[in-house]
Design a protein around this ligand. Structure first.
Ligand code: NAP
Length: 293
């Protein structure tokens, strides 16, 4: 049976380090990092994610400022808030919770955040720097995935890493980060998506498999080789097979059959999810340091 890659434990370790550093900053400069979280509309999942981010800030001593806007907020109103936050010295990082209401183009809003405060790592300047392997804010979920891989796999050089999914948020950045010529990466990378007639042709070759498809059971035990390390990014709410009145959260991987062959695997929940928040807090601390030291 596979070793469980405990994202919650790793995330707790990272958060404890951040808490310590924030306390040192407070002691030394009487100032702490600040994160502005902007949410527009009333998507229930977004509200849950924002609460988790606020809680992460509270626990590590980071100031959080929450801006809740109605579903019918105009693009100009949102842009003027971003403008205000860009020039607010108490705000070191700005996070706009996605998705935005349909009438607002997300790229227009993300592009308005100054790259120095783009702690989500979605601004095109940060994306470009990430691709060029330059110092930048790395996107939180891919950054968390890379951290987990590095803690659980020694010597990544030349390992075949296969990514299922090519979104701008997960698949593409993970692939780019893991192919860089540095010691946290240096993998041979394959990316597959819905245009592949049979993704198992690729998944069976993986030494490390990252699955970010957004569909439960995208990868099953017969699609992987023995000893693979599996990172399951998916968050899917499905009917609970043991109780038809309830739902449960599951990943994109059929945990039971894949864990029998894998050497290590992330659970859902408790794998990648907690790492995303830890990396957001880490980026906010980094933004404070870059802006003040
Ligand atoms: P997305 O934007 O929907 O992209 C999904 C990608 O997977 C697309 O590239 C799609 O291919 C590909 N795909 C879908 N079904 C496939 C299949 N059967 N075979 C091969 N490729 C397939 O999703 P996302 O934003 O990347 O997120 C992926 C999952 O991760 C979701 O469940 C999301 O909730 C979760 N997530 C979790 C966290 C976290 O912190 N835990 C953060 C972000 C996302 P095409 O491009 O061809 O359509």
């Amino acid at each position: 049976m596979a070793e469980i890659i405990d994202g919650k434990k790793v995330s707790d370790e990272i958060r404890a380090e951040i808490k310590l550093k924030v306390a040192e900053l407070k002691e030394k400069y009487n100032s702490v990092p600040g994160l502005a979280v902007v949410i527009a509309g009333n998507d229930p999942a977004s509200e849950v994610y924002v609460k988790m981010k606020e809680k992460g800030c509270d626990e590590t001593g980071i100031n959080s400022f929450k801006y809740v806007l109605p579903d019918n907020v105009s693009k100009d109103e949102l842009l003027s808030l971003i403008d205000k936050l860009n020039s607010d010295s108490k705000v070191n990082g700005i996070l706009v919770q996605l998705p935005l209401p349909k009438h607002i183009k997300e790229d227009d809003i993300i592009g308005a955040i100054i790259p120095e405060k783009d702690v989500d790592g979605f601004h095109p300047i940060n994306t470009g720097k990430m691709v060029a392997d330059q110092e930048c804010f790395l996107p939180c979920t891919p950054n968390g995935i890379q951290e987990l891989i590095n803690r659980y796999v020694k010597n990544l050089k030349g390992k075949h890493l296969v990514v299922v999914g090519r979104s701008n948020i997960v698949g593409k950045p993970v692939a780019n980060m893991m192919l860089q010529k540095n010691k946290r990466a240096d993998c041979i990378v394959t990316v597959c998506h819905t245009s592949a007639p049979d993704i198992s042709v690729y998944t069976k070759q993986a030494d490390i498999l990252v699955v970010a498809a957004g569909r439960a059971n995208t990868v099953t035990g017969n699609m992987v080789k023995d000893g693979v390390v599996v990172i399951d990014v998916g968050v899917n709410r499905i009917n609970n097979p043991h109780d038809s009145t309830k739902t449960k959260v599951t990943g994109d991987v059929d945990f039971e059959s894949v864990a029998k062959k894998a050497s290590a695997i992330t659970p859902v929940p408790g794998g990648v999810g907690p790492m995303t928040i830890a990396m957001l807090l880490s980026n906010t601390l980094k933004a404070f340091e870059l802006q003040n030291m």
